[in-house]
Design a protein around this ligand. Sequence first.
Ligand code: BGC
Length: 361
Amino acid sequence: MRKIRSIYSRMLNKKRGGFFQNSFIKALLFCMVLPVITGCVPEKKPDDEIKIGVCVYDQYDTFLTQLLECFDNEVNGNEVNGNVSVEYVYASQNQMTQNDQVEEMIEKGMDVICVNLVDRTAPTTIIDLARKNNVPIVFFNRELVGEDLMQWSKLYYVGADAYESGRLQGELAADVCKRNRIIIDKNGDGLIQYVVLEGEAGHQDSIIRTEYSVNTMIDMGIEVEKIGYAIANWNRAQAQTKMAQLIERNGDEIEVVLANNDDMALGAVDAYESAGVPKTERPAVFGIDGTDVGLKAVADGSMRGTVYNDKEGQAEAMYKLAIALANNDDPDELGLVDGKYKRLPYTIVDVRNVDDYLEKK
Ligand code: BGC
C-alpha cells in the first residue's frame, strides 16, 4: 500500500515539473480524459486502490477519537476490494478550515470523503465542492438538516438517533431513582432535584438529549425539579469547572446529574472528587456514549449508568458505505433509510451489564 502511495505521489510531483514533455504521461492523461468526454465513468477494478478522506471537527473529542479507532480497525481488518488508504484531517472547530481540507482531499483524488461537520448547519460549501467534482460524501456524527442531505444524490449520513439516546437516559435514570428512592432522594421531599450538563449549543444531540431525558423521567412517574444547568461543550474539564459552580450554588441539594455525554459526566465526578465529597453523599450521575473511561466509571460506581453510542457499528457502516460508493456499488444494499441514512441503535449500560461492554474492547 505504501508503495502505491509513493508511486502516486511521484506522479503528482511530476505533474508540477515537465509534465507535458512526457509522452507516457500524455497517453495516461488521454485515457483519463476520454471517459469524461464520452460521459462514461469507469467501474473501479477490484485491484484499484481506494482512497478515503476523513475530515473531523476537532482532534480532542473522546468519543470521536474512539470512533475513528474503530474505523481504522475496519480498514485494517478488511483488505477487501484491493488496497484501501485513509487520510484523517482535523479542523480545530473551524468550518472554513474544514471547507479547505475537503477541497484539498478532492484535489488529492479521494474516492469518497467522510465528513464530521464543524457546523452542522453550514454544509453548503462542502456539498457544492463534492457535487462539482463528483465525490460522494458520507457525513457522520454531526447531523446536517434533511434538506441539505437532499441537495445531491451522493450525500449520506451515518450516526444514531438523538431522540433514542435521550429517551434511554431518561429510562435509565428513572429506573435507578425508583430502585434507590431513599438513597437518591436525599432530602426526602419526594422530588428529584437535578442539574443538566449540556453539550455544544446547536448540536442535535445536546438539544434533543436534554429534552427527552427529562421528559421520559417524568413520563415514568418521577417527579423532578431542575435546579441548575450549564453548557460544557462535551468537554470534561469545562464540565468540572461548571459543576464546581453548581455545587457551590446548590450544596448537597443536587440528587441527579444528567450529562449529555460521558466526558461531561466524568467532569461532574471530578468536581465532587476535588470538593472532597464522599462517594456515598454524591448525586447519581448519568452519561451517554460508553467511552472506555465512561464504562470504567460505571463499573466502579462513580457513574450510575450510560447509554452506549455504538461506535463499532457506526464505524462499520461508514466503512462499508464508503467502499460501496468508491466501487460504484448500490449503497442501498446496506439497508439505508430513505436511501440516505444509517442510524445505529443505542443501548442502556448500568452496573448489571457493563462487563459485557468492557469485554467488547
Ligand atoms: C457524542 C459526544 C461527542 C459529540 C461530537 C456526540 O454524539 O455523544 O461525546 O462529543 O457527538 O459531535
